[in-house]
Design a protein around this ligand. Structure first.
Ligand code: AMP
Ligand code: MG
Length: 466
């Protein structure tokens, strides 16, 4: 059932647009489960393709782009908006509630500024795979219903080809939607947006409780990113979801060789969004967002809500550290022990994901990554800590294997899939969808992708252009 609620908001917040179909469109993949959940299984592949490509309609659908704003790299960026993404409708599903389908790369909108409204194949494949990977890791994320490629050339640093990803999420609302209304002094729109968000997504909450919950979700998301070594790359407030899920995949990257100051976005010269800064950026973004509510909520309350971020982030991080290290009990020294390990992994540039899997699998005296005294010393402390657990070694190992993935989306893996899809081969994409959906499982034949990234495939430079 389609129920396009965003259109009930004041007209200044959205615009009706006509998609510009991609030339030579081909449906590479549609996710069967999502298709089913959305009730789109009765559409043939051809019908789904023409709908996503703006060449046909289904009853009750819409074509809108929304206006938002935001802070980009710490600076107020003014009005932005969906410059290349068009919403085709909000489905109210029986299993998952409200799910909006939004096609990224669907052509220019009134918010495109100087952009061409397109997304390239490279970034579309990366978005598809990473949203699958995040979901597989249990981290809140936008999802992808389908990937469409075209033959149309698109100019970026080089000439690339156009593609579409049909994203799916409960709502496209970003922190930047609220910043927009506040900054451009639109109290009526701001109130409508606040009322809308509360009614649809936080129906049991007062405004204060809603803000507290959004803050909590953001803190938890940051803790989850840090846990799996995910670097977002462009943590601008316009890329932060109001529901606290991962949104707008661009030059993201997972830690491969551990570098705590890793900057995955080649265009981020100052390292503002470096891995170890992400939790602080999360609170910085929440501060921008909460400040929009000054007229509605007393400033002391807003300060208290902002402060709750630190508590929530710490609690979630502590919980994740225990899971990651295989502890069933909690000790005050656990966070320090984990930080010591991170420092060693960083100093020795040990592969982040591989190391924890190794730690999970090997008896702790037999970790093959032991290269020097620092790590050997740490493992000794870890062994002492485990004695306090009284937990069976096999049980610890199993628990750790459930919480430390074997497979993450390494840049070179994404690159292999991009090249395969560009050649017209879809098998690699299907393989990696399957693997990334179940990253804690064994995948015979793919073991080498769980090893540290080969030297020849390190140092990919991913820029903002997409
Ligand atoms: P992003 O870096 O993808 O989060 O985009 C930041 C802003 O630029 C958003 O408002 C996008 O809609 C817009 N944008 C990015 N790329 C394009 C493009 N090729 N055409 C039009 N707008 C774009
Ligand atoms: Mg964005």
């Amino acid at each position: 059932m389609l129920e396009n609620s965003f259109q009930t908001l004041p007209p200044w917040l959205h615009a009706e647009v006509t998609p510009t179909p991609v030339i030579g469109a081909r449906l590479v993949h549609a996710h069967p489960e999502l298709r089913h959940e959305l009730g789109l299984q009765s559409l043939s592949d051809g019908e789904l393709l023409t709908w996503l490509n703006g060449q046909s309609r289904i009853p009750g659908d819409q074509r809108i782009a929304t206006r938002y704003a935001g802070h980009q790299f710490g600076v107020w960026a003014g009005q932005l908006g969906d410059g290349r993404a068009i919403s085709l409708g909000e489905f109210v599903t029986s299993s998952r509630g409200r799910l909006e389908v939004q096609v990224k790369g669907a052509g220019p909108t009134p918010f495109s500024r100087r952009g061409d409204g397109r997304a390239v194949l490279r970034s579309s494949v990366r978005e598809y795979l990473c949203s699958i990977a995040m979901k597989g890791l249990g981290i809140p994320t936008s999802e992808v219903l389908a990937l469409v490629t075209g033959t149309e050339p698109v100019e970026r640093e080089t000439t690339e080809t156009a593609a579409l990803v049909a994203r799916v999420f409960p709502t496209n609302l970003r922190l930047g939607h609220f910043e927009l209304c506040r900054h451009f002094n639109r109290p009526m729109e701001f109130d409508a947006l606040t009322h809308y968000t509360r009614e649809l997504f936080f129906p049991e909450c007062t405004i204060e409780e809603m803000l507290r919950e959004i803050t909590r979700r953001t803190a938890h998301l940051m803790a989850a990113w840090q846990d799996v070594g995910f670097c977002h790359g462009v943590m601008n407030t316009d890329n932060f979801s109001i529901l606290g899920f991962t949104l707008d995949y661009g030059p993201f990257g997972f830690l491969e060789d551990t570098r705590l100051d890793h900057v995955c976005n080649h265009s981020d010269h100052e390292g503002r969004y470096a891995y170890h800064r992400q939790p602080d950026v999360g609170v910085w973004n929440m501060e921008r967002f909460l400040a929009c509510f000054r007229d509605l909520v007393p400033v002391e309350t807003l300060t208290r809500i902002l402060d709750s971020y630190f508590h929530d982030f710490k609690a979630e991080t502590d919980h994740r550290i225990r899971r990651k290290l295989g502890f069933s009990t909690s000790r005050d020294t656990d966070a320090g022990l984990f930080l010591d390990l991170l420092r060693i992994l960083h100093d020795q540039r040990i592969d982040y994901t591989w190391f924890f899997r190794e730690l999970a699998q090997a008896g702790f005296g037999r970790v093959s990554a032991i290269r020097n005294e620092a790590l050997a010393g740490w493992l000794k402390q870890y062994a002492e800590r485990l004695v306090l657990e009284g937990r069976d070694e096999g049980e610890r190992s199993l628990a750790m294997l459930r919480n430390n993935p074997k497979y993450i989306l390494r840049n070179y893996i994404a690159q292999e899939v991009i090249e395969a899809v560009s050649r017209g081969s879809d098998r690699e994409l299907l393989d990696w969808i399957r693997i990334l959906e179940t990253p804690y499982d064994e995948h015979p034949g793919f073991e080498r992708y769980a090893e540290p990234t080969p030297d020849a495939f390190k140092h990919f430079e991913i820029s903002c252009s997409s």
